[in-house]
Design a protein around this ligand. Structure first.
Ligand code: FAD
Ligand code: 2HG
Ligand code: ZN
Length: 475
């Protein structure tokens, strides 16, 4: 069905035979899944908007097994799709046709943790939230956090170069990842799994795999630098009348909270409406047009609270905010975060979702939402704008009762052209996957795309790794 809507044809890969299944059974005994019922959830993405027809799911436990699988598939010209938690939002994690799904679900072991440097080495299938819990017991934390933490795998996070809610404080994964191990399409194992802070010996190959969305190899293990768990965390939810006030709040909180600011997120009234309606969450503030969620993380509770309170009274005095609430205890912190973190989940209950993940100059972020709302009129059910204000990253989401070509034509290329005109990126943090690969030109030059295609051909001459994804095919 996906192939039909997106007008894509199957490339001439081989089809899985009984002999292939016998081989896989020897490599991963008892872990070759062909049961149609079990395969269903691995063939459909989290958003339930793209569906493949993979007939085999393999569940390796270690790098050697992955290597044997890929060597064999390459020899047989069988296409594969690496899959972590299957929470990706661009249709990259499921087959388009009958690609073999290689799941990292059983590659879930921590290999080592250095309690002095904070370097964590683990297999790619470790679930983000479990890694965070493991680290918290030792006084550390993961440098990334996102709404999908309960299901997404660290390998999937690297493969998409996920941003998320802590990027403002700890930076991109490109800085926190110290090393990785990847299995290349021909089965060879590239071991770049060191834990050094500094290493300028030659090209930084790990960067090639971060954000490559399973198209260059399967990330089998990860080494990541983890910060100390902050002693004191506070969260404030603020209400603002206009987006220009939201921007002023952002500037002011950087001035006043500078070194302890760890997140600065925003969402609009339409987001508040969907989380209230579909998830039954309650708004602790009077209704506002915009909401800003600020998190501080520091070493002294007293000091941080005092700073936050000073900031809040100044923001209220100058009418930048109309109301605000502060949380210092864990349960209130979580309930404030839920209002922001669970917007994606609430939208999924609202209908068919068109998702745009854009970065652009922060002062332009909301203009696009307003223009889109006017443009679509009553054709859309809900148009929302939210995102990582501190990172200049807007999530523009539109819902409708069902998929409609008319709505799609009204949205694209409008949204992409608007973003390119403001020198933005059409995929800030989710990647291109299956749905957006043909739009890469809005954000990358022809020369850049050509070089990507050359790299792809060099590492994967048969094109078996996650075909139909991330970069346009080169003919
Ligand atoms: P999957 O969805 O399984 O795969 C994603 C891509 O990576 C696919 O192309 C797949 O083939 C490839 N892949 C997976 N594992 C490997 C591997 N080991 N080696 C090579 N390739 C691999 N993203 C953000 O950036 N920021 C957010 O704040 C954020 N919030 C989210 C909230 C929700 C509720 C949801 C559903 C998603 C969110 N995402 C966010 C999307 C994000 O990309 C994923 O949640 C996460 O990074 C993907 O991890 P995963 O293990 O689920 O990967
Ligand atoms: C978030 O920031 C995620 O909540 C998901 O990146 C965004 O669903 C989206 O559009
Ligand atoms: Zn996001």
């Amino acid at each position: 069905p996906t192939g039909d809507r997106y007008n894509v044809s199957r490339l001439p890969f081989s089809e899985v035979t009984a002999q292939d299944l016998n081989y896989f059974e020897q490599v991963v005994p008892g872990r070759v899944v062909t049961d149609k019922e079990v395969l269903k959830s691995h063939n459909i993405d989290w958003l339930r908007t793209v569906r493949g027809n993979g007939k085999v799911l393999l569940k390796p436990r270690n790098t050697k097994e992955v290597s044997e699988i890929l060597r064999y598939c390459n020899g047989r010209n069988l296409a594969v799709t690496p899959q972590g938690g299957n929470t990706g939002l661009v249709g990259g994690s499921v087959p388009v046709f009958d690609e073999i799904i290689i799941s990292t679900a059983l590659m879930d072991q921590v290999i080592s943790f250095d309690n002095v440097s904070g370097a964590l080495v683990c297999q790619a299938g470790c679930i983000l939230e479990l890694l965070n819990q493991y680290l918290e017991r030792q006084g550390y934390t993961m440098p990334l956090d996102l709404g999908a933490k309960g299901s997404c795998h660290i390998g999937g996070n690297l493969a998409t170069n996920a941003g998320g809610l802590r990027l403002l404080r700890y930076g991109s994964l490109r800085g926190s990842v110290l090393g990785l191990e990847a299995v290349l399409p021909d089965g060879s194992i590239l071991n770049c799994l060191n834990s050094l802070r500094k290493d300028n010996t030659g090209y930084d190959l790990k960067q090639l795999f971060i954000g490559s969305e399973g198209t260059l190899g399967l990330i089998s293990a990860v080494s990541i630098l983890c910060p100390r768990k902050p002693n004191s965390v506070n969260v404030a939810l603020l209400g603002c009348e206009s987006f220009s006030r939201v921007l002023q709040v952002f500037t002011m909180c950087r001035d006043h909270l500078g070194e302890i600011l760890s997140a600065c997120e925003f969402f609009d009234a339409a987001c508040m409406k969907v989380v209230k309606k579909h998830l039954k969450l309650s708004n602790p503030l009077p209704a506002n047009n915009f909401y800003v969620l600020i998190e501080t993380s520091g070493s002294s509770a007293y000091h941080d609270e005092e700073k936050l309170n000073n900031f809040l009274s100044k923001a209220l005095d100058t009418s930048l905010i109309t109301s605000g609430t502060v949380a210092t205890d864990q349960s209130k912190i979580m309930s404030l975060w839920a209002l922001r973190e669970r917007i994606t989940e609430a939208l999924a209950h609202d209908g068919y979702v068109y998702k745009y993940d854009l970065s652009m100059p922060v002062e332009k972020l909301y203009e696009l939402v307003e223009e889109t709302r006017i443009r679509l009129g009553t054709a859309a059910k809900t148009v929302v704008g939210y995102g990582h204000l501190g990172d200049g990253n807007l999530h523009l989401n539109v819902t409708a009762e069902s998929h409609s070509d008319t709505l799609m034509t009204a949205l694209e290329p409008f949204v992409y052209e608007w973003t390119a005109m403001h020198k933005g990126s059409i995929s800030a943090e989710h990647g291109l996957g299956f749905k957006k690969k043909d739009h890469i030109h809005y954000s990358k030059s022809r020369e850049a795309v050509n070089l990507m295609q050359k790299i792809k051909r060099m590492l994967d001459p048969k094109g078996i790794m996650n075909p139909y994804k991330t970069i346009p095919s080169s003919e």
